[in-house]
Design a protein. Structure first.
Length: 195
């Protein structure tokens, strides 16, 4: 058992380095986020320092992965995904992806009682929306429109935007794919039949 533990702990350093590089984060930036010194982070990544729970917890949070993923824990045999909803600004966001960087997927639910005045915001990135239930009011730059279930939209998030329920007394549920600037959702079409 000690040999298995040593092997698992030895694999943590390279995994930490890979996660940091995937996120295009420097040791200094990660140090600022986690409160762990640059030298400790460097020694963890190189394997010169043995990881502890006190070091791994803030690193897992910073990289957006579970502790099991960080240490390469063996699967438990339970195929269920335990998603942790986050409430922000009256919205409930359920992350559907767990990998750091790249395109992130979310299910968003805006309750009926959160109907407020549009307050468009901007940020770096590109977003794709797909309405599941209810009707979604979207304010995007000079446009103000309503999306019905089954409709999709995509836009550059540097354009001022805001979402909310279109109908008073009804909530809305939608999917959001969000990526860094330049990452777009692409739909693959079936090739034309050449018979």
């Amino acid at each position: 058992m000690d040999e298995e533990l040593d092997q698992a702990l030895d694999a943590v350093g390279p995994r930490l380095r890979d996660l940091r590089r995937q996120r295009e984060t420097t040791l200094a930036e990660l140090s600022k986020t986690t409160g762990i010194s640059v030298s400790t982070l460097s020694r963890l990544e190189s394997g010169a320092r043995r990881p502890t729970l006190e070091l791994l917890l803030p690193l897992a949070k910073a990289h957006g992965v579970t502790l099991d993923e960080l240490v390469g824990a063996p699967p438990t045999g339970d195929p269920r995904i335990h998603l942790r909803p986050v409430s922000r600004g009256g919205m409930t966001m359920v992350p559907l992806t767990r990998r750091a960087g790249g395109i992130q997927a979310f299910k968003l639910v805006i309750p009926a009682n959160s109907r407020n005045e549009p307050d468009p915001r901007t940020h770096e990135g590109y977003e794709w929306l797909y309405v599941l239930n209810g009707r979604l009011r979207v304010v995007l730059g000079e446009h103000d429109f309503v999306m019905n279930p089954g409709e999709a939209a995509e836009f550059d998030t540097r354009e001022p935007h805001w979402f909310g329920p279109a109908d008073e007394g009804e909530s809305v549920e939608f999917l959001s794919l969000f990526g860094k600037q330049g990452e777009r959702a692409h739909l693959r079409a079936r090739p034309k039949d050449r018979s």
